[in-house]
Design a protein around this ligand. Structure first.
Ligand code: RIB
Ligand code: CA
Length: 348
């Protein structure tokens, strides 16, 4: 079902090309009130991610949303960026003009402690609940747990783009980048989620690999909204080349926007509740160990998504980003392969 009321969210990300598309989508959805953006080291260093988030906010005319700089390195591992995938500027070598200033008075973790911590709640008891959509390594969230676990427990819901169940990894045979880049952080977030009896929604490679932006879809975007389509082309051209070179794919997998779309329309994906851990050592470091057969007899701490209606995703993505009526987007069916799963909700 689609969330009916406006839901407050904080987007924790490492922009990054697909993070940027996810931010654009989130800022186009009236169901979401994006309270803030927090930046984590991942695809690119934090300063670069901060700079890119501002460029996206400028593009969306939303320089009212605060952007907080987060952790500059993983909890324990050496920091490994993904600039080979996202380009020297982290935004597909679009080299868009810098947006000056916009510095905040506190770090991302300080902000999260203030927003979710006792002090923040006491200041304004009516504060609506707020969720986190995590699109990068979960270092900021892990630091929040280490510094104020009660604050972490106040996060209404976490939807994380990361991990993989049966799909192969993109950083090793078995590990996905966000959890591989900081496995200790991912492990701590899943452990703490288990401890407080909640479930993190895992939007992993099993579903995001089916979300492929192709040249024809890009052309369709430009026909529907030339300015937005051209911006998307500008920041994804490098990503197209990367996917051709590494996966012989004509197009690019846009992982992060699916986490945002799913947050608003829960029919887009289906999966199952299960206990999940993240490996922090050895050859399979960063792997999500998804106990789908309940060997460990532990309470579920994760909602692992394994099916996605790719056509419905692109219909939502296009309609919100380009301001097009869903029912007019008749070419989506022709341009997006059937992903083998129909979102239950009948298309309006
Ligand atoms: O593995 C894909 C994920 O890692 C995406 O979130 C991408 O932006 C990178 O952060
Ligand atoms: Ca990301």
């Amino acid at each position: 079902m689609r969330v009916k009321e406006t839901r407050k969210v904080i987007i924790d990300c490492d922009p990054g090309i697909d993070d940027s598309l996810a931010l654009m989508l989130a800022l186009s959805m009236e169901e979401l009130h994006v309270e803030a953006i927090t930046i984590v080291c991942g695809n690119c260093p934090v300063e670069m991610g901060f700079s890119n988030a501002k460029k996206v906010l400028k593009q969306m005319n939303r320089l009212d949303i605060p952007v907080f700089k987060g952790e500059e390195r993983p909890l324990r591992r050496e920091y490994v960026n993904a600039l080979d995938t996202h380009g020297a500027d982290g935004l597909g070598e679009s080299f868009l003009p810098e947006v000056p200033g916009y510095e905040q008075s506190m770090s991302a973790v300080e902000f999260l402690k203030m927003r979710f911590g006792k002090r923040g709640r006491s200041m304004d008891q009516e504060r609506e609940e707020c969720s986190v959509i995590a699109l990068g390594p979960m270092t900021n969230l892990a630091c929040l747990i280490q510094q104020d676990p009660e604050a972490f427990a106040q996060i209404r819901e976490i939807v994380s783009m990361g991990g993989n169940f049966r799909s192969y990894g993109n950083c090793s045979p078995v590990a996905e980048y966000n959890y591989w880049a900081d496995p200790d952080a991912a492990a701590l977030v899943y452990e703490e989620t288990a401890k407080i009896g909640k479930k993190i929604t895992m939007i992993g490679l099993d579903v995001t690999r089916k979300i492929v932006l192709t040249p024809n879809l890009l052309e369709y975007m430009k026909r529907l909204d030339s300015q937005t389509g051209t911006f998307v082309q500008e920041i994804t051209k490098f990503y197209f080349d990367f996917h051709w070179e590494w996966e012989h794919l004509i197009g690019c997998v846009i992982n992060d926007p699916l986490a945002v779309a799913y947050f608003v329309n829960r029919n887009l994906c289906s999966g199952f509740d299960t206990y999940t851990e993240v490996e922090t050592e050895g050859i399979s470091i960063g792997q999500t160990v998804v106990d789908s057969m309940n060997f460990y007899k532990k309470e579920p701490n994760a909602r692992v998504m394994i099916q996605v209606d790719a056509r419905q995703f692109f219909t939502l993505f296009f309609s919100r980003l380009l301001g097009a009526e869903e029912k007019t987007l008749d070419l989506i069916e022709q341009l997006v392969p059937d992903s083998g799963y129909q979102a239950r909700e009948v298309r309006s």
